[in-house]
Write a protein that binds this ligand. Structure first.
Ligand SMILES: [Zn+2]
Length: 336
């Protein structure tokens, strides 16, 4: 990056009220080499490299194949009682949760620090890394199923994977192949916590300050109130971690449909949370680091039990998402 874009970048942060804290700046510098969109072949290579460097602490599995035969990978780290599942990139054109997962695995699984050993004794973290490799390949939202006439999706393209997590639909009957893979992995793992990483456009709060991410808990009326409360506690941990890393989290204005992962896994009793990273080109590396920070914060708060001490009402105080940033396009449909 030459000097000129750096100055432009700084002025964007200043005008958006996003003066970055020194720690976040350090994280941004450290993250300069993170590939935001690794190919699926490179992703497989990186996962196996991390597994080797971790001396067995990180286990990598192929959980199935996409419609076009690409492997869908999952990585697992830790051996503790509390189970956490992260899912990234159900929508192929929402990539940044995927490199964040690699950075999280590196941070907790490679090396032998005392804090990581302690963490991995308390939690087991399972990550479906890039649920939608065919959509990634085309840089589009859907899976690849051009002959389908999907209720949720687009004819000629494929299914919207994140509308096919209705617990009433068995994985073997799931028309969206990759959603069925996530359902199976979730059912076998039985996580306490499930967090689904997406991306959204650019939005501001009521005062015009740009938000960098949004979060939400299950909003389907069938989800047990105690499970909604637990998801709200997780959402507050998400807010504090991302805000503390230099970002700014709002609530996400999401719907109640039971096929959305946030609702579907909430109905199954997971503490189920959505995270949407805003698509801010000049903040891409920091967005990856914010997502990584949220993965680590959730794991730590689950490990030490502090997530259960959060007041769920604090989630209702997370600011609502306001209008699209001037000059950017409001998403026509719910993006999650
Ligand atoms: Zn999405």
């Amino acid at each position: 990056m030459s000097l000129k874009p750096r100055i432009a970048l700084l002025s964007v942060f200043v005008s958006a009220g996003l003066l970055v804290a020194p720690a976040a700046q350090a994280a941004e510098t450290r993250a300069a080499t993170v590939d935001p969109r690794p190919s699926t072949a490179k992703l497989a290579f990186e996962l196996h490299k991390l597994a080797a460097l971790s001396h067995g602490k990180i286990r990598v599995d192929k959980i199935g194949r996409s419609n076009e035969g690409r492997p869908v990978w999952a990585a697992r780290v830790g051996h503790g009682k509390t189970r956490i599942q992260y899912v990234t990139q159900q929508h192929g054109d929402e990539p940044l949760g995927t490199p964040a997962a690699l950075e999280f695995l590196r941070e907790v699984g490679v090396g032998n620090s005392a804090w990581a050993r302690k963490l991995l004794a308390k939690v087991t973290v399972d990550i479906v890394v890039r649920a939608n490799p065919d959509g990634h390949e085309r840089d589009w939202r859907y899976n690849y199923d051009p002959d389908a006439t999907p209720e949720y999706g687009e004819k000629g393209k494929g299914y919207d994977i994140n509308r096919y997590h209705d617990p009433a639909v068995a994985p073997k009957d799931n028309p969206a192949t990759e959603a069925g893979l996530i359902q199976r992995r979730n059912a076998a793992f039985k996580p306490d916590i499930m967090v689904d990483y997406h991306m959204q456009g650019r939005y501001q709060d009521a005062s015009g300050k740009e938000i960098t991410a949004s979060t939400l808990w299950p909003t389907n009326p069938g989800v047990k109130p105690s499970d909604v409360d637990f998801a709200k506690q997780i959402a507050v941990v998400v807010q504090r971690s991302i805000d503390g890393n230099g970002g700014y989290v709002s609530q996400y204005p999401g719907g109640s449909y039971q096929g959305i992962a946030r609702n579907g896994y909430g109905l199954l009793g997971n503490g189920s949370v959505l995270i949407e990273l805003s698509l801010i080109p000049e903040r891409e590396q920091q967005q990856i680091q914010d997502a990584r920070a949220s993965m680590l914060a959730i794991a730590r708060a689950a490990a030490d039990g502090s997530v259960r001490t959060v007041d769920p009402a604090d989630a209702d105080a997370i600011p609502p998402r306001g209008p699209a940033l001037p000059g950017t396009v409001e998403e026509a449909h719910e993006a999650a």
